[in-house]
Design a protein around this ligand. Structure first.
Ligand SMILES: [Zn+2]
Length: 357
């Protein structure tokens, strides 16, 4: 079945993890066997061939670079200009993948329809089908000032989440209580005029409320689970889920294990011991579907290889290609075929068609 995954940090993996995503997952693992610089070395799950194998013909792919003030405990760049330059390196990698025919950028409705058509065409071998990507910026720190948004829109940026982890220049992120800064409010107005997609993932509760009041355009939660099941500020409350449903939003279920299992301790807990498999993700889907009364607002926003690998992913997922097991698991949980298609890709597709009308 065709799949749309709305959150993958592909260029971050290429440029900061030094992964050649043109290669198979197992080959990348092999090359990292002796590397000790990051906890997820040789535990990667994503590559372009694996995405093709699982029918993920369209993904939302990020640019991501944080600015940190002196004394911040988080890793990041020491100036917004450096953060911007990092995102430009990431952009250059995506563009090189496009030149090689590995990927294709999707930034408007006709490109979207063309990409869907290409993947529906059974006369083309899967290996000849490029992975489509919609460019999104995770955390807006790298926009040196608001005029940079228009530059980014020019090269195809279509979605933006103002916040990530920690203090942000435009909005407080996960782990803080801060809402939008004045610059953040101006940024949203500028995004509105460009009809960009606002990604509310990583906003604080205060930021969530402010953003949804200010923003009039399309809103999604690219990679987000439920606070009622795993209690953390990073997750959506039931009220927030209701507000998102009213706005016609789609919520991408995230597969980072700590957001799937209550009591997960990073670097200590193990997926198997904690019972983290794809069924835990479906628990979050169920919760949102119960609130919505339908399956029109949940989808995939895996975040696989988002600075974690198999040590922090569902244990029944060896590579991203195993997302293809979701339809069978959803069926066992009582989802009907049309709902399974909605979750795997049709909800994102409907959202994008509406947003880009
Ligand atoms: Zn994230």
């Amino acid at each position: 079945m065709f799949i749309i995954d709305a959150h993958l940090d592909l260029a971050m993996n290429a440029m900061e993890w030094n992964r050649d995503l043109k290669r198979p997952v197992m080959e990348i693992r092999e090359r990292e066997k002796e590397m000790k610089d990051k906890p997820d070395r040789a535990r990667n799950t994503v590559s372009l061939p694996a995405l093709r194998d699982c029918g993920a013909g369209l993904v939302v792919a990020t640019q991501i670079a944080r600015f940190v003030k002196r004394g911040s405990p988080l890793p990041g760049w020491h100036s917004p200009e450096q953060a911007w330059a990092q995102t430009q390196a990431q952009l250059a990698w995506y563009q090189a993948m496009v030149s090689e025919g590995e990927m294709v950028q999707v930034s408007n409705k006709s490109l979207l329809e063309a990409q869907i058509k290409k993947w529906e065409d059974n006369t083309v071998a899967v290996s000849d089908k490029p992975v489509g990507f919609i460019l999104s910026l995770e955390g807006a720190d790298s926009l040196v000032n608001i005029s940079y948004l228009e530059k980014a829109f020019g090269y195809g940026l279509r979605a933006l989440g103002p916040a990530h982890y920690g203090e942000g220049r435009y909005a407080g992120g996960t782990g803080t209580e801060e809402g939008l800064s004045e610059a953040g409010k101006s940024l949203l107005k500028e995004m509105d005029s460009l009809n960009m997609i606002l990604d509310i993932t990583h906003l604080t509760d205060a930021g969530f409320s402010q953003a949804l009041k200010i923003y009039k355009g399309p809103v999604w939660a690219s990679h987000h689970n439920c606070r009622a099941l795993v209690n953390n500020q990073r997750q959506l409350t039931d009220d927030q889920i209701r507000i998102l449903i009213e706005r016609g939003a789609v919520i991408g279920g995230v597969m980072d294990a700590w957001m799937l299992a209550d009591g997960w301790i990073r670097g200590v807990s193990q997926p198997k011991a904690m019972g983290v498999n794809l069924n835990r993700l479906i628990d979050h889907y169920d919760h949102i579907c119960q609130i919505a009364g339908n399956a029109d607002h949940v989808a995939i926003g895996s975040d696989l290889d988002g600075a974690f690998g198999t040590e922090q992913s569902p244990y029944d997922l060896e590579t991203v290609a195993d997302l293809q097991n979701l339809p069978g698991l959803l069926k066992l949980r009582g989802y009907k075929e049309s709902d399974i298609q909605n979750i795997l890709y049709k909800n994102w597709l409907r959202f994008l068609r509406n947003a880009w009308n």
